[in-house]
Design a protein around this ligand. Structure first.
Ligand code: GLA
Length: 387
């Protein structure tokens, strides 16, 4: 890949003299969905697929961007004086947002750059192609200008740029999973205080399979921000009767005892998901530590049911992929992953069942939805790096 992107960089920007190649992964969340902005736990991992990039400093303040995933857009030009989001800027709002965020944090970027990207994560699929671009950009800026930032800082800066530049109110999970990724490990992160622990994922005789619904979504135009504010309102209502900081502070029993403080039936279900999903995530990691992969799978399934019925972020496409997966022998667990409303599912499938899984789920999906899903057998990889 390094040769391919360097060659393309030379083609697009004249030559590749002094240019360097980089990589940042995508991520998949195994369990703990819509908990990261509710002070709960998440359990994501970085993937070996992600975003490749080539970058070179410029002598002026120009920013020139090119994506091999959107070749038809050609070179998109901007400059350090134009660090404001715009519709016209398309995907370049992500690297621009990170350059802007470094400046906001007192790390002014001193010169422009040429940046070429080539991602092998399907765009808009819920595997965090945008967070991958953000962390990649942060890693490049650190490498170019010697800014003293840790990988965890890269995650926080990425989230800051997404919240404040791109106006998507996302939590910390995606950027954290990507910036802190470790081969063959998932990250058990408590989003209340950012304490975390790496858990080895040794699925003896099984693999992680991602099914991409090909129903496109962007977080901005989804109901993501609406779910988030419903949870905030529910929390404010609960705070009237109980001393808590976030929904993640509650266990199931305490929630059931006090839920009547929430004055709307829909908000009760939203909050219930946040509370129960957090507890499921804690239990799932315990199950994994005890080598009980079957129990982990059951909790994944329960997570999907809750996201479908209480949080209502699945939709026919994701439900079809998951419900067809559940029918297949050798599927240990299956659920939607990421924000939902489209995007991907994640399943743990026994090695011997993977071919049948792809064939049967693929066929049923095509028949019911009218277009094809894509399948990826993935591996867990490391965080951002210079190639
Ligand atoms: C998106 C957001 C994350 C998280 C998930 C849902 O991926 O970027 O912060 O909220 O949705 O779990």
């Amino acid at each position: 890949m390094k040769e391919i992107i360097l060659k393309k960089f030379a083609e697009v920007f004249g030559d590749a003299e002094g240019a360097k190649a980089y990589f940042a992964p995508g991520r998949v969340n195994l369990i703990g969905e819509h908990t990261d902005y509710n002070g709960g736990h998440v359990f994501p991992c970085a993937l070996t697929i992600g975003t490749y990039g080539v970058a070179r400093k410029r002598a002026d303040n120009k920013l020139r961007f090119f994506s091999m995933n959107f070749e038809r857009l050609g070179v998109i030009e901007s400059s350090l004086e134009e660090l404001v989001p715009s519709e016209k800027a398309g995907w370049t709002n992500y690297p621009k947002g990170v350059i802007w965020a470094f400046g906001e944090k007192g790390m002014e970027v001193p010169c422009g750059m040429d940046l070429l990207l080539n991602g092998n994560i399907p765009n808009g699929s819920g595997l965090s192609s945008s967070a991958s671009v953000e962390v990649l950009t942060g890693h490049i800026l650190r490498d170019f200008f010697g800014f003293e930032v840790s990988n965890q800082d890269l995650a926080l800066i990425g989230q800051y740029s997404e919240n404040n530049f791109n106006k998507v109110n996302c939590g910390i999970m995606d950027q954290f999973a990507i910036a802190m990724g470790r081969e063959d490990h998932a990250i058990f992160l408590d989003t209340a205080d950012l304490s975390y622990e790496y858990a080895p994922i040794a699925l003896k005789g099984a693999k992680i399979v991602i099914a991409c619904s090909n129903k496109k979504r962007g977080l901005g135009d989804s109901k993501y921000n609406e779910r988030r504010s419903q949870c905030e309102t529910a929390l404010a209502e609960l705070k009237q009767v109980i001393d808590i900081q976030s929904l993640g502070d509650l266990d199931e029993d305490t929630f059931e005892k006090h839920k009547s403080a929430i004055k709307d039936e829909v908000r009760v279900r939203r909050a219930k998901h946040a509370v129960y999903e957090n507890r499921r995530t804690i239990r799932a990691v315990e199950a994994l530590k005890a080598n009980d992969v079957e129990q982990f799978g059951q909790l994944m399934n329960a997570s999907h049911v809750s996201l479908r019925d209480d949080y209502e972020v699945t939709g026919t496409e994701l439900d079809t992929l998951v419900e067809e997966a559940w029918k297949i022998d050798g599927v240990i667990g299956s659920r939607m992953t990421g924000a939902g409303f489209g995007g991907c599912t994640v399943s743990i499938v026994k090695d011997g069942a993977i071919d049948a899984f792809i064939e049967k789920v693929g066929k049923a999906y095509q028949e019911k939805i009218g277009y094809a899903a894509d399948f990826y057998v993935v591996e867990i990889g490391d965080g951002p790096r210079t190639l």
